[in-house]
Design a protein around this ligand. Structure first.
Ligand SMILES: C[S@@+](CC[C@H](N)C(=O)[O-])C[C@H]1O[C@@H](n2cnc3c(N)ncnc32)[C@H](O)[C@@H]1O
Length: 314
């Protein structure tokens, strides 16, 4: 039974919107905004003014009227937060995040060490995957980012599953021993950190993942993994999203029978008569068309974000 009035946590769906809740205001697929519901405040959008008071007591997912239209107010999932969060750094998006969570073999109860925290985009998804009894130790050397991430995790009801520590992991490592099922590194020089973080893994072993935009970084990370002598199954992948254009197309039906007949005639050394020449053949075979649905791949696949390198510890 869902308690409609308890304060918001991204870890548990809540039915009704209360004052202080974070909602995602959905205008359309490209225009989504995070909004903390505050009594007597007004949010302006292309559909006019949305009164926060009009959202209170409504169910998450409802449409709410504005002065020039209406918007949806959605429950804030980690995926929607990734699309709307205030950027303090480059962030990871859903395509890479989903692969990271799967490849790190995360499940409720897993313990993860992450550096750097950045804008907390990945952290939100990691916490949801390991909650309610797992734990995320996340590190960043940037004081302001650490402070804002702490505040956001608290406001999103994730505080019991995470600590954010200000630390330069390149010189100090994580300072943790034998606790981690998984380690994730998204910083400029993971190869410097790899030798320092191996002690964080549980004795039973675990999974490591690094994210790097350039292949030269990948090469150095792979070399560091090999030199440590502690990792196996090193694999690097790039996750690209290809959007197919699905549409109805019309194509000629090619008659293979005609082609076969012509080949036979040619192989018997017979002269082609004008009746069986290439022009008449083309005309015959292209006279019938077929219309069908087709998935057309894009000519180019833009959208390189980075390379994900995985390895198994021990
Ligand atoms: C690209 S951001 C991480 C983004 C994050 N994965 C996300 O999805 O929001 C990289 C972060 O690493 C931090 N960083 C870089 N070098 C570091 C180091 N040696 N120790 C700790 N943090 C570091 C930076 O301050 C920055 O916030």
């Amino acid at each position: 039974m869902v308690d409609a009035n308890k304060s918001m946590s991204m870890l548990q769906y809540k039915e009704l919107i209360s004052e202080g809740d974070l909602v995602i205001v959905y205008l359309d697929v490209r225009h989504l905004y995070p909004l903390t519901i505050t009594k007597d405040q007004v949010f302006q959008s292309k559909y006019g003014a949305l009164k926060h008071n009009d959202c209170i007591g409504k169910a998450f997912g409802s449409s709410v009227s504005c002065t020039k239209g209406w918007v949806y107010v959605l429950f804030p999932t980690p995926e929607l937060w990734t699309l709307t969060l205030p950027h303090r750094t480059q962030i990871l998006y859903a395509a890479d995040i989903s692969l990271i969570v799967a490849q790190l073999d995360l499940r409720p109860g897993s313990v993860v060490c992450e550096a750097g925290t950045g804008s907390g985009s990945l952290s939100h998804a990691l916490i949801r995957a390991i909650a309610p009894n797992g734990f995320l130790h996340t590190f960043d050397f940037h004081e302001h980012r650490v402070q804002v991430a702490r505040e956001e995790f608290g406001a999103h009801g994730l505080g019991s599953c995470v600590t954010v520590t200000q630390r330069d992991v390149c010189s100090e490592g994580f300072g943790l021993k034998g606790v981690a099922d998984a380690v994730f590194l998204d910083l400029p020089n993971p190869w410097d950190v790899i030798p320092l973080v191996v002690t964080a893994f549980k004795e039973t072993g675990g999974r490591l993942c690094t994210f790097s935009p350039c292949v030269e970084q990948v090469q150095r990370s792979c070399a560091a993994l090999q030199e440590s002598g502690k990792f196996r199954d090193v694999v690097t992948v790039e996750c690209l999203q290809r959007t197919y254009d699905v549409k109805r197309i019309t194509q000629p039906i090619i008659s293979l029978m005609e082609d076969e007949k012509e080949e036979e005639l040619n192989s018997n050394g017979e002269e082609r008569s004008s009746k069986h020449g290439p022009t008449s053949n083309q005309k015959d075979t292209q006279s019938d068309n077929i219309s069908h649905w087709a998935a057309i791949p894009p000519l180019q696949t833009p959208g390189h974000t980075g390379y994900l390198t995985y390895a198994t510890y021990m």
